[in-house]
Design a protein around this ligand. Structure first.
Ligand code: RP5
Length: 166
């Protein structure tokens, strides 16, 4: 059964990355969460990537802050898709992590999402959409989620219109 690895450089990333796991769980996507660091545990990170790929991990989501090299380091060890999530901590509020994650050299891509919580959430959706290419039932669940979000926006519009007319 295909699944998604959700990796982060530190436990301090977890409050943000919980949003990614929440999306995967809501869509019924199998996942494994690990704290592993490109800088502090480089060998263990490489070993995990090889082991996860051998166990049918299809997509790696990698979150890190500051000089954020986790996604790039993972991408260097696999040809499975890697999604990078720049964390927004630190004195530069994630601008450093964004550039460190997105500016990969040609041939080793990292699909980089937004900085912080919005990116964490979208990393979950993007990973699910990748798996859904070969899984029509998952594709239908994603479609239903989109429709539910659209209904929420429509309800918000009605609420604002009602307030304008009051
Ligand atoms: C990065 O450094 C981690 O991904 C985290 O975002 C940041 C700070 O890590 P801690 O000092 O909080 O462990 O490697």
């Amino acid at each position: 059964m295909p699944w998604v690895a959700v990796l982060m450089g530190s436990e301090s990333d977890w409050p943000t990355m919980r949003s990614c796991v929440d999306v995967l769980e809501a869509l019924g996507v199998g996942n494994e969460v690990r704290v592993t660091s490109a800088h502090r545990t480089p060998v263990a990170t490489a070993e995990y990537v090889a082991d996860a790929a051998a166990r049918d991990c299809r997509v790696f989501v990698c979150a890190a802050g500051l000089a954020a090299h986790l996604a790039g380091a993972v991408a260097a060890h696999t040809t499975r898709p890697v999604i990078g999530v720049p964390m927004d901590g630190g004195p530069l509020n994630g601008a450093d992590a964004l550039l460190s994650t997105v500016m990969m050299p040609g041939g080793v891509p990292v699909a980089t999402v937004a900085v912080g919580k919005a990116g964490a959430k979208n990393a979950g959706y993007l990973a699910a959409q990748m798996l859904a290419v070969a899984d029509p039932e998952l594709a239908a669940r994603i479609e239903a989620d989109r429709n539910a979000n659209a209904a929420k926006v429509a309800a918000q519009n009605e609420s604002v219109q009602a307030q304008l007319q009051a």
